[in-house]
Design a protein around this ligand. Structure first.
Ligand code: MCA
Ligand code: AMP
Length: 511
């Protein structure tokens, strides 16, 4: 019996080949594929000794590090389910995830252990810590300490393709997040397809500047590299100086559009710097056609844009060899079926017309964790998943994402559901009601704006509202501006007209 995901990702790796280069302030570190096997075995032993059983959830909110990636592999190796959490989430956000997913272990940043101690006790979750490795003399958390003492031999737990490998939470339209259950087959099928489609080989060096708590940085970037036996240069996050420094040693990079607009804003970013590059991939949010064009003019490279979701991994991609069309997300990936339907009837509509994009394939998730009703609502009877993205197919077959039927803001590649912020703003003293919208933002594509109406006799102060929600939700979700209106514009049905608000405030964050 095999462990479908782990054995496929690492089955053919050359132990002596390099997996990672981790630039450091004082000295750089390097990981071979043998190190990947050894360190993932150590953490798998640690997890198993803590009582983690196959199928148990391991929740992780830790700073980006190579060891955090090894913890992902170790969890899969131990037959458990990896549950990564955004490092920006506050304790009150985390408490929902822990309660909902009931993990056996929660690994957090050592700097936040105190904040989480009583929460973990109340929920009967074992709390462990993992920071960024310094050296053998300096402790960087209980997981790393235990890992150092653990054996590098571990008998990988057998798992089938239909077993869960990970749960990733996506924000919900009603404010509460839903845990998307991803199976070994979901993750593996997408990695196999993308290695092939984007022509990754063992000679590739991927510049990794994305966070590793979302699909893009965790599965798309990492699984592909492992599967191809390639290597990464692992940066703690996106910083233009570091990226520019390491690009000449890389062959490929994956990023959200903000990465590319920031690089274009830097005069050091030119043709010479990226001479060795083979591929730039963009996704998670729409890449403006003008960014695509400016990028080609500056570097001679055409960014390859693809489209995916937490629930589905990657669905469509521009071609590697054929034309990469600006403003489109290309074609359905091999094995993935895409159709565009009329939102009301669910009937397929002709090419060129705009409808909702639905998708079916081995990449599509197994449902929302403990939410059978929500799962049923978002699937058609024939197995197609209703993405909520509005799209059309051009005459040439290229798919264009033209908007969203769901009320979603995408800021710097992070999803933000207005309802969650509105519920919080409505609770603030003196607030009668609120509407949260996304408007153009020069750096993040879209930025959050909160529109408030005061209760009669009350006045609202922007600073007071912003500071009182500071500890409740992640910083990236907090409105960049608060606007106070006498009343919200509504249609005859009483529904708030967000289109009108978006139009009125379209220049608020750009000027
Ligand atoms: C940081 N801030 C943000 C964002 N990021 N505000 C809005 N939107 C954001 N995305 C705020 C911080 O709270 C802070 O506010 C200020 O901006 C500067 O923060 P800093 O940490 O310096 O920002 P940064 O490190 O430069 O981060 C920007 C970033 C980052 C590099 C664009 O957000 C990022 O790495 N985004 C990638 C997201 C991603 O991986 N998405 C994939 C999801 P203040 O100063 O007021 O405190 S997976 C997915 O969507 C699907 C599956 C797919 O298709 O891939
Ligand atoms: P998430 O829920 O974080 O997985 O985000 C998925 C959403 O990101 C999709 O439903 C789309 O709305 C959006 N998205 C991802 N890639 C693209 C893209 N290339 N162009 C436009 N939207 C995208």
């Amino acid at each position: 019996m095999t462990n479908v995901l782990f054995d496929s990702l690492l089955g053919k790796a050359d132990p002596a080949a390099q997996f990672a280069h981790i630039p450091g302030e004082d000295n750089d570190r390097y990981y071979t594929y043998q190190d990947v096997m050894d360190v993932s075995a150590r953490f798998a032993n640690v997890l198993t000794n803590m009582g983690v059983q196959p199928g148990d959830r391991v929740a992780v909110q830790v700073p980006k590090s190579i060891e955090a990636l090894m913890l992902y592999l170790a969890t899969v190796r131990a037959g458990a389910v990896f549950l990564p959490l955004n490092t920006a989430y506050t304790a009150s956000e985390i408490s929902y995830f822990l309660e909902n997913a009931s993990p056996t272990v929660f690994v957090c940043d050592p700097n936040r252990a105190e904040e989480y101690t009583s929460l973990a006790q109340d929920l009967d979750v074992r709390l462990e810590t993992m920071g960024v490795w310094q050296n053998e003399e300096t402790s960087a958390g209980t997981m790393l300490d235990a890992g150092l003492k653990a054996s590098t031999t571990f008998e990988t737990v057998a798992r089938e393709g239909s077993d869960l490998g990970a749960i990733l939470y996506t924000s919900g339209t009603t404010g509460r997040s839903k845990g998307a259950m991803l199976t070994h087959d979901n993750l593996l099928s997408n990695a196999e397809t993308l290695v092939d489609y984007w022509k990754f080989t063992k000679d590739d060096v991927l510049l990794h500047a994305l966070p590793i708590f979302h699909t893009h940085g965790l599965f798309v970037a990492t699984n592909i590299v492992l599967m191809a036996g390639a290597s990464i240069i692992m940066l703690p996050g996106f910083n233009a100086d570091d990226v520019i420094h390491h690009l000449p040693k890389s062959t490929s990079m994956m990023g959200v559009p903000t990465f590319y607009t920031r690089l274009l804003g830097d005069t050091r970013f030119d043709k010479e710097l990226v001479r060795h590059m083979r591929l730039f991939v963009s996704g998670s949010a729409p890449l403006l056609a003008e960014t695509h064009i400016e990028f080609e003019e500056r570097t001679g490279h055409r960014i390859l844009e693809r489209y995916g979701m937490t629930e589905t991994n990657m669905n469509t991609s521009n071609p590697y060899d054929g034309e990469r069309k600006a403003g489109t997300v290309g074609f359905p990936l091999p094995g993935v079926e895409v159709r565009i339907v009329d939102p009301a009837s669910g009937e397929e509509i002709p090419d060129g017309e705009i409808g909702i994009l639905e998708v079916r394939g081995p990449n599509v998730f197994a449902g929302y964790w403990q939410m059978p009703d929500k799962t049923r609502e978002e699937f058609r009877d024939d197995g197609f998943f209703i993405t909520g993205d509005m799209a059309s197919v051009g005459k040439d077959g290229y798919i264009q994402i033209v908007g969203r039927s769901k009320d979603l803001i995408i800021s710097g590649g992070y999803n933000i559901y207005p309802k969650e912020i509105e519920l919080l703003l409505d609770e603030q003293p003196g607030v009668l009601e609120s509407a949260v919208i996304g408007v153009p933002h020069p750096d993040f594509g879209e930025g959050v704006v909160g529109i408030l109406v005061a209760k009669p006799g009350n006045t609202i102060n922007e600073e007071t509202v912003l500071s009182s929600i500071r500890d409740d939700i992640a910083r990236f979700k907090q409105p960049k501006r608060i606007i106070v209106m006498d009343e919200l514009p509504r249609n005859t049905m009483g529904k708030v007209q967000k289109n009108q608000l978006r139009e009125t405030y379209k220049d608020l964050l750009t000027t």
